[in-house]
Design a protein around this ligand. Structure first.
Ligand SMILES: NC(=O)C1=CN([C@@H]2O[C@H](COP(=O)(O)OP(=O)(O)OC[C@H]3O[C@@H](n4cnc5c(N)ncnc54)[C@H](O)[C@@H]3O)[C@@H](O)[C@H]2O)C=CC1
Ligand SMILES: CCCCCC(=O)/C=C/C=C\C/C=C\C/C=C\CCCC(=O)O
Length: 259
């Protein structure tokens, strides 16, 4: 898909990776990108900064807690009403907190599932749309085990399993919706720069040295790879790994004789 003139939604885009995705979409001449984030202050600040840089009518912000089904659906409806089309959805919002099981599943997994089906409803060719692309932010920890963050890792494995499956679901294919998951290694954001990991994991003493030594991608480097996935259909249906050391690679799942 050529991003030029398209309308996009990016969740969790007040900061970090989401914000960088918004900026890369704008640099590729997306017509309008709508930021959904629960952080109203951060969202408004980002909106102001990006409007100043790229133009008033090119960026929008809707306060939305993606774990609230009503708010998420309303944000899609508002976007379609305001901009009359929707072409790209990046389900990116996520948290890392091993002490918040239900919240982690609700934000990292359930909201990604809901966001994908809302994308089908609002972009699908059988529903009056033009088709479109969905990119779900998983993690490298969606394809490898990580004993220090088992709940986070489980939610990201869920995103990978859902994305690989839903990409070939008949309803999704028939509506011309392409879906894939990005599985980044460590990226320099508030998650990996968090100095207070004891508040989010039992293993701060083990995580701190790992975080200090791991080579991190920048958010801009990662977002540029996400744009490649939007543009090139060869990544469709995939769990696509990328890190400071590994170029964008579609990781093929094992099969057990059933497709
Ligand atoms: N930073 C990293 O090393 C990696 C991050 N990821 C994933 O990338 C995604 C983005 O994370 P980062 O940019 O690193 O973190 P971040 O903390 O910088 O940004 C996350 C954004 O999501 C928003 N958010 C949190 N809960 C929300 C909710 N209920 N509704 C709406 N927005 C909400 C936050 O306000 C924030 O703006 C997450 O899904 C994360 O799991 C994946 C691999 C590596
Ligand atoms: C290798 C994937 C890293 C993905 C990071 C992520 O999604 C969320 C991280 C949250 C907290 C930071 C914790 C760990 C990251 C640091 C190092 C992981 C190294 C794993 C390994 O190679 O064994």
């Amino acid at each position: 898909m050529d991003v030029a003139d398209k309308v996009a939604i990016v969740t969790g885009a007040a900061n970090g990776i989401g914000r960088a995705i918004v900026e890369q979409l704008l640099l590729k001449n997306a017509r309008t990108v709508v930021i959904l984030d629960v952080n109203e202050e951060g969202g408004k600040k980002t909106l102001e900064e990006l409007r100043e840089k790229y133009g008033e009518d090119r960026v929008d912000f809707i306060k939305c807690d993606v774990s609230n089904a009503t708010q998420l659906e309303a944000a899609f409806v508002t976007t379609k009403t305001r901009y009359e089309r929707l072409d790209i959805v990046c389900n990116n919002a996520g948290i890392d907190n091993e002490f918040e099981l239900e919240k982690s599943v609700a934000i990292n997994l359930t909201a990604v599932i809901r966001g994908t089906y809302l994308a089908v409803e609002h972009m699908g060719t059988k529903n009056g749309g033009n088709g479109g692309v969905v990119i779900n932010t998983a993690s490298g920890l969606g394809i490898m085990p990580f004993p220090l963050l088992p709940i986070y890792t489980a939610t990201k494995h869920g995103v990978v399993g859902f994305t690989r499956s839903v990409a070939s679901e008949p309803m999704v294919v028939e509506n011309a919706i392409r879906v894939s998951a990005i599985c980044p290694g460590a990226v320099k954001t508030s998650i990996t720069e968090n100095q207070d990991v004891d508040k989010t994991t039992r293993y701060g003493h083990l995580l701190r040295p790992l975080l200090a030594n791991v080579t991190k991608m920048t958010t801009t480097e990662l977002a540029a790879n996400i744009i490649i996935m939007i543009e090139d259909s060869k990544y469709d249906g995939g769990a696509c790994m990328v890190s400071a050391e590994i170029p964008l690679t579609k990781v093929e799942p094992p099969t057990i004789g059933v497709q």
